[in-house]
Design a protein around this ligand. Structure first.
Ligand code: GLP
Length: 242
């Protein structure tokens, strides 16, 4: 696992966008695992710019997102579908068949999640899996205590995560209590993992992860220790306690 402090948050975002761009530009049919969150906004802006300015052919690009809130309409401005359409899918002109998010409605959710994992297994491994990190070390919405062999499924969010994500909603009460998340085993089934961590709120979890010598299920991001190609890209603030 490689920890990289790239200084200013713009440099960290630009590095990740460039790595994603190179994969898409030079590999005809790229499979990407995508993440949401405030951390990724600059990165997507830069990635969209790079794809446009280089006239990259994205007709064969296919993406699988990490997670989605449970039972939240995909048109809701806080759904991860809306986030992805706004920051990436629409600006680059992807069509509906090219992107996938875990199915989050009440009907047949378990079967749909199995199908999501199967599709990744059949098409994968993903060339790059992009990750953010929660203040409690969650990846996707895999909260502390999640077994490392978990698959895509409905999960309960912790109070800490609801609190951290409340800033995007009108009221804390509006944050859904559940989500659908790609499992840790599914995340690890990728060729390369790039995590982006920005800002001082992420400093304690970055320091903790850096100190750890072996995986602990209470810190879901420590599951990445078993993967052979992981970069943890930070800005000065996120790296400040290391
Ligand atoms: C949410 C997402 C995670 C993301 C995390 C951090 O909980 N499910 O995938 O990594 O938020 O978000 P932010 O970048 O807004 O700090």
């Amino acid at each position: 696992m490689k920890f990289m402090n790239l200084g200013h948050r713009d440099h960290a975002s630009r590095y990740v966008a460039t790595e994603m761009f190179k994969e898409i530009h030079f590999n005809q049919c790229t499979l990407l695992g995508l993440a949401t969150g405030g951390t990724m906004e600059e990165m997507y802006k830069e990635l969209v710019y790079l794809l446009k300015v280089n006239r990259t052919d994205i007709s064969c690009l296919e993406t699988f997102n990490l997670d989605e809130y449970f039972n939240l309409d995909s048109n809701d401005p806080n759904s991860y579908m809306s986030y992805m359409k706004k920051h990436f899918f629409e600006p680059v002109g992807m069509n509906d068949s090219q992107f996938h998010l875990p199915d989050n409605d009440l009907t047949d959710v378990e079967e749909d999640n199995l199908r999501y994992d199967q599709a990744i297994r059949e098409k994968g491994p993903l060339h790059i899996q992009l990750l953010g990190i929660g203040v409690n070390g969650h990846i996707g919405f895999n909260e502390p205590g999640t077994p490392f062999d978990s698959k895509t499924r409905v999960v309960e969010l912790t109070e800490e995560t609801i609190e951290a994500n409340a800033r995007f909603f009108k009221d804390k009460e509006d944050v859904p209590a559940k989500a659908v998340s790609m499992g840790i085993e599914t995340i690890l089934y990728s060729n390369r993992i790039i995590m982006l961590a920005l800002g001082e709120k992420k400093a304690p979890i970055m320091a903790k992860l850096h100190q750890m010598t072996e995986p602990d299920i209470m810190i879901p991001a420590s599951s990445l220790f078993s993967h052979s190609d992981v970069e943890i890209v930070m800005d000065d603030e996120a790296a400040s306690l290391i």
